[in-house]
Design a protein around this ligand. Structure first.
Ligand code: SF4
Length: 100
């Protein structure tokens, strides 16, 4: 069994910022439901971006999503936007080609 040295804190997890996320309880705004239509997606994501706009941890959130290849809207950034910024999804289902 591993013991901790007194006075030495374990390294912070890279998701500690989630404790102060402004989107707690609003998961339905950040991930699409089944068979979501494009217009509904635009409305949902616009509402979610409004929440992100007032969130104190937006930068940490965006970095986390980019690093972990997350799906959904994180840090005010959609899957398409992460993909375009060079942070490729592992299985890019539904990512629209530019100009389509
Ligand atoms: S930036 Fe947006 S998605 Fe990220 S924690 Fe804040 S409200 Fe949630």
């Amino acid at each position: 069994m591993e013991s901790l040295e007194l006075g030495v804190r374990p390294a912070a997890a890279d998701d500690d910022w989630m404790d102060t996320a402004a989107c707690k309880g609003l998961t339905h705004l950040f991930f699409p439901g089944p068979a979501e239509r494009p217009q509904a997606r635009q409305r949902r994501e616009a509402t979610a971006r409004g929440v992100c706009g007032s969130c104190a941890v937006q930068g940490d959130c965006r970095t986390f999503a980019r690093t972990h290849h997350e799906y959904g809207l994180w840090g005010g950034e959609s899957e398409d936007e992460r993909h375009s910024a060079g942070y490729r999804l592992i299985a890019p289902i539904g990512v629209r080609a530019r100009g389509a």
